[in-house]
Design a protein around this ligand. Structure first.
Ligand SMILES: C[S@@+](CC[C@H](N)C(=O)[O-])C[C@H]1O[C@@H](n2cnc3c(N)ncnc32)[C@H](O)[C@@H]1O
Length: 479
């Protein structure tokens, strides 16, 4: 261990596991915190042992982390219960002057028992607590708001069908701070003023803002803003936010409501209202109707980050404004807005435009955070779009179905455009939408897989809207 550093246990929620490392890496960079991660037995395990310079560093990381349940100052770690108690006794003996005050008579306390992958009754948990009778407690037990909270963890691995009789890891320490998982509920889409079919899940939106290293006063842009979920999370972390979308009806909250219980949109639904709901209306800059394939931005404009969920062409069309001479005549009147002709905007062109735009309009070291849909069968790292001015920082996978997934890509601007030769352009990737919708050459197996994918997307959206799903994955109708 680095001299005088402290050892912490990072206890994670078992969700979006592939996003953890990227999040903690982004946050430690954002706050300039040095850290060492002890080697992991398994990338999916719910805890990490991390060395940090001090307790304050742990508090700062937790002040933004969405993946973390909590951080514990680790006093002892062993591979058997007997050794754990021996290590804890030694720790107290060796650090008596530093730890004695935690046991003083004016400090109430509690011991939380967490057993991972094995259930124990309350009575069994109390028996485990009683094995700590050698700890020199002098304060009162207080279960709700203790001054000091100890955590005792037994870890029985990840496989629910192969639970060992004894835990693999046993850990003990003092709770320091919780992560920000409370925001997932507080900002849930279920209670959000304005949502649509493609509103991004709250947890992922917050993770995206962390990937973008959004901080107080940053200028953040979402070019495919939809209902503004990504602006909400960026604003929550202090960014001034601006968005654009091709869809006039969406951006003005006039599209069909997506809540099954809602027939008509309320008059006061808007992206600004969403920000007001979370007390960050002062971070709202604007949203504008604009086709991304035809950018309107002055060359000098710079964003600290671009956070976006481009259309994949499954739930919403990938469209751009038609520029052919054969455009429909302008039918604009006072009460009916003009809808220009649109044509298909291929994913390859869209991502090439996105990276080119980011290379030009990000501040140096600013980040682009965006999703890329993939087919698991033929995914290789070569499909990740590249740009000579952007460095790929993270690439995390979210499975959507057996056949498909999407990857959250984080790029950082490392060169100005004029520092690289102009013939080095973004690499173009294959068209995902084509794989989904060109049925001609599809085999029966592929067709089955595609149906399963669409069912899964429908299921996820139903869950998002607070519907209940039965064990066969069917939405239970309201009575
Ligand atoms: C996946 S949705 C974004 C959802 C958004 N993150 C939210 O939370 O609601 C993609 C959005 O891109 C918009 N879009 C499609 N083509 C576009 C284009 N050429 N320029 C700008 N926006 C476009 C769609 O109208 C849609 O609102």
């Amino acid at each position: 261990m680095t001299k005088s550093w402290m050892r912490f246990l990072f206890w994670f929620a078992q969700e979006h596991v592939d996003f953890r490392h990227a999040e903690i890496e982004s946050l430690t960079q954002l706050f300039g915190i040095k850290w060492n991660l002890q080697p992991l037995v398994h990338k999916e395990q719910p805890f990490w042992i991390v060395e940090l310079p001090d307790e304050n560093s742990a508090r700062i990381i937790a002040s933004r982390s969405i993946s973390l349940r909590c951080i514990i100052h680790l006093w002892s770690h062993a591979s058997s219960v007997t050794n754990l108690h021996e290590n804890t006794r030694n720790y107290i003996k060796e650090n008596f002057n530093d730890v004695n005050h935690f046991f003083s008579p004016d400090k109430s306390f509690k011991i939380t028992v967490e057993t991972y992958n094995k259930h124990f009754s309350q009575k069994e948990k109390i028996e485990k607590i009683e094995t700590f009778d050698y700890l020199p407690f002098r304060g009162e037990v207080e279960l709700k708001t203790p001054d000091v909270e100890w955590w005792y963890i037994e870890y029985y691995g990840l496989n629910p069908r192969d639970v060992p009789p004894q835990p693999f890891d046993v850990l003990f320490g003092r709770w320091i701070v919780d992560g920000q998982r409370n925001l997932i509920k507080e900002m849930s889409l279920k209670k959000r003023k304005f949502i649509g079919n493609t509103s991004m899940d709250t947890q992922l939106s917050l993770l995206m803002a962390n990937q973008a290293k959004v901080k107080q006063g940053d200028f953040v842009f979402d070019p495919f803003v939809g209902t503004g979920s990504l602006l909400v999370s960026a604003a929550k972390f202090g960014g001034f936010v601006i968005g654009a979308d091709i869809d006039y009806m969406m951006i003005h909250a006039k599209s069909r409501p997506s809540r099954i219980t809602q027939k008509q949109r309320e008059k006061d639904e808007s992206i600004r209202a969403n920000l007001e709901q979370y007390n960050c209306a002062d971070r709202y800059v604007d949203v504008i109707v604009s086709d991304f394939s035809n950018p309107i931005w002055n060359d000098r404009i710079r964003f600290d980050s671009i956070i976006t969920d481009p259309p994949y062409g499954i739930r919403e069309a990938t469209a751009k404004i038609e520029t052919k001479i054969s455009q429909k005549p302008d039918t604009r009147t006072e009460d009916s807005p003009h809808y220009p002709s649109t044509s298909h905007y291929s994913l390859a062109n869209l991502y090439a435009d996105l990276l080119t735009f980011a290379a030009k309009h990000l501040t140096m070291n600013g980040r682009l955070v965006c999703w890329l849909p993939i087919h698991n069968d033929d995914y290789t790292e070569d499909q990740i779009p590249k740009h000579p001015c952007l460095k790929l920082i993270a690439n995390s996978n979210q499975p959507l179905s057996a056949a498909t997934a999407r990857r959250l890509l984080t790029y950082e601007k490392v060169f100005e455009v004029d520092e690289r030769s102009s013939d080095e352009s973004a690499v173009i990737l294959g068209d995902f939408r084509q794989r989904y919708f060109e049925f001609g050459e599809e085999t029966r197996k592929e067709r089955r897989m595609r149906r399963a994918e669409l069912r899964e997307i429908g299921r996820q959206e139903a869950l998002k809207r607070g519907k209940t799903i039965d064990e066969n994955g069917k939405v239970i109708k309201n009575k």
